[in-house]
Design a protein around this ligand. Structure first.
Ligand SMILES: *[C@@H]1O[C@H](CO)[C@@H](O)[C@H](O)[C@H]1NC(C)=O
Ligand SMILES: *[C@@H]1O[C@H](CO)[C@@H](O)[C@H](O)[C@H]1NC(C)=O
Ligand SMILES: *[C@@H]1O[C@H](CO)[C@@H](O)[C@H](O)[C@H]1NC(C)=O
Length: 339
């Protein structure tokens, strides 16, 4: 399970004996399959899945001759996928993904798309290996020419219908979270309560009728397909979520959130106990409306303490007194911060 990710460097043949054997056995099976016309469709489908796996996933595949044995992924609902795209091997990715796996309803599957580095860093933890074995989590390095090196690359990916066709076939609900967003374990509502919305995220500014921020958002892929069917995003223009957010509400029948039900995610607009938070840039671009007062910060961390995992923080005692540090201890003083 811990072999390195499939690399796409041309001119560097990395054929080991096992891989040659594997390819030969695949060829033989294929040939046998072609002699048995009535079994062809199943075997073909099985093979495609296996080949995809071999191309996309880290674990080495084992040829399974029993076509009736079930794929562990069948235990989940293949139309619901939680997607994280992150090229940086950030130390909090493993605990963040595991946290999300436990908070998102159990029928969802998880897909992590990373660079070779970030996929190795996520894949080598025992806990994530286990999630891969049980079919819950896939780690993937996209083949060329797909790229995720920067934000613009990810925007192009998410506004390209071929991405959905190739890597998310059959997916209708896509939860997109980033390395700086998560769902809170203390939330009283479930992601599955939101399935009939076309697109739901965080409100961008107070009074916005439509909550479309994409850093933590649930999207209907059919809605995305509808839009990409008649419009294309120009390269190097606005972020994908903004691009979609002016188009989704114009679709006939689209169901988008209104000002009264902004409980999905909080980013720039305050709301008590949302389902999750997006802390842009790991906390470097926080809005004052949400994070500006010590009281609100305490309220947020009391409700969603796991946010500290994805935020770039220091201990209170590391803060300089010149940085307006209030006297007292936020965890033991009932009246903290002193007024
Ligand atoms: C997957 O989830 C959707 C929405 O909850 C549901 O309509 C569908 O029947 C589920 N599919 C399977 C195979 O359980
Ligand atoms: C936009 O970028 C993609 C991929 O990076 C490229 O294939 C495409 O040609 C670009 N489109 C334009 C109009 O330049
Ligand atoms: C985020 O904060 C950095 C400084 O920490 C600033 O340079 C940058 O413009 C901010 N980005 C946004 C989108 O607000």
């Amino acid at each position: 399970m811990a072999s390195p990710p499939v690399s796409h460097r041309p001119g560097v043949p990395s054929l080991t004996r096992n891989k040659v054997l594997l390819i030969v056995s695949l060829a033989i099976t294929w040939w046998i399959a072609s002699l048995v016309p009535q079994y062809k469709p199943t075997i073909q489908a099985k093979f495609r899945a296996r080949l995809n796996e071999a191309l996309q996933k880290l674990p080495s595949i084992k040829v399974d001759w029993d076509v009736t044995s079930s794929d562990p992924r069948n235990a989940y609902n293949s139309s619901k996928v939680a997607l994280l795209i992150e090229p940086r091997p950030l130390p909090h990715l493993v605990p963040q993904i595991l946290h999300m796996i436990s908070v998102v309803p159990p029928d969802w599957r998880f897909l992590f798309i990373g660079s070779e580095k970030s996929v190795v860093s996520v894949g080598r933890a025992y806990a994530t290996k286990h999630q891969q074995v049980i079919g819950k989590l896939d780690l993937m390095v996209l083949p060329e020419p797909w790229k995720i090196d920067n934000r613009e690359d990810a925007f192009r990916l998410l506004t390209d219908i071929r991405f959905y066709d190739e890597f998310l076939p059959g997916v209708e609900w896509l939860l997109r979270y980033e390395s700086d967003s998560l769902l809170c374990a203390n939330s009283g509502s479930s992601l599955n309560d939101w399935l009939d919305w076309s697109w739901v995220g965080a409100q961008r500014k107070f009074g916005d009728a439509y909550a479309g921020n994409g850093g933590l958002s649930l999207r209907r892929v059919s809605v995305i397909r509808q839009i990409l069917g008649f419009q294309a995003r120009r390269n190097d223009t606005e972020p994908e979520d903004q691009w979609f957010s002016v188009r989704v509400p114009t679709l006939p029948g689209a169901k988008v959130t209104t000002a009264t039900d902004q409980r999905f995610a909080v980013e720039d607009v305050w709301f008590t106990s949302p389902m999750g938070y997006h802390v842009p840039n790991g906390g470097h671009n926080l809005s004052d409306a949400v994070w500006g007062s010590a009281g609100r910060r305490k309220q947020i961390f009391d409700y969603c303490p796991e946010l500290t995992m994805i935020m770039d923080m220091k201990l209170e005692r590391e803060r300089c007194y010149t940085q307006n540090r209030p006297v007292g201890n936020p965890w033991t003083d009932a009246s903290y911060p002193p007024s």
